[in-house]
Design a protein around this ligand. Structure first.
Ligand SMILES: [Cu+2]
Length: 178
């Protein structure tokens, strides 16, 4: 009898956990307006931008981005460093509860480093974002031509702070954003 109760309790606990996992899979985090920047044939890197919305009661963080178009995929931000705009890898991008964060040129972006092929306008690519709760948000993006004026200006300095990047900015507007 006791054993039966224990088993029932264990079963209930398992069900609750299963429900939690299911809830995590639909974590209330959605992505809109996702696009990646088309690059010229010689470019090694590009950037991806999107609006990430969190309709849940929990603050969330994006902790990992993965894509199979690039050898390395990183979360980046731009910072002002003595008046110079630099890109920097970040460990996480916060997405507040009932809020959103916009990944855009000159700000947060997903950095696609060491592209396996030239990504061209109209191409569909895929990025998986992993959240701090372990769930994944799949993102389908279109590659878009972003104005050349958005590309890195001469004044920008990577300062070797851009992870695996080799001194080239693909995220657009690096250094140009004021
Ligand atoms: Cu970057």
């Amino acid at each position: 009898m006791k054993l039966a109760h224990l088993l029932t309790a264990a079963f209930l606990a398992t069900s609750i956990n299963a429900a939690r996992v299911a809830a995590a899979a639909t974590n209330g985090v959605t992505v809109e307006n996702a696009y990646a920047r088309a690059v010229p044939p010689t470019a090694r890197n590009s950037g991806a931008f999107m609006l990430i919305r969190n309709d849940s009661d929990q603050d969330r963080k994006v902790v990992v981005a993965k894509s199979d178009v690039s050898e390395v995929t990183e979360l980046h931000n731009h910072i002002h460093d003595n008046g110079v705009m630099r890109m920097r890898r970040v460990d996480a991008i916060d997405v507040p509860a009932h809020g959103s964060v916009e990944l855009k040129p000159g700000s947060y972006h997903v950095m696609l480093i060491d592209l396996k092929h030239q990504i061209k306008p109209g191409e569909a690519i895929h990025i998986d974002l992993t959240l701090d709760d372990g769930s994944t948000v799949p993102v389908d993006l279109r590659v878009r031509q972003v104005g050349m004026g958005m590309m890195m200006n001469k004044g920008a300095s990577m300062g070797g702070k851009c992870g695996a990047m080799k001194g080239k900015c693909g995220a657009g507007k690096c250094g140009g954003a004021r």
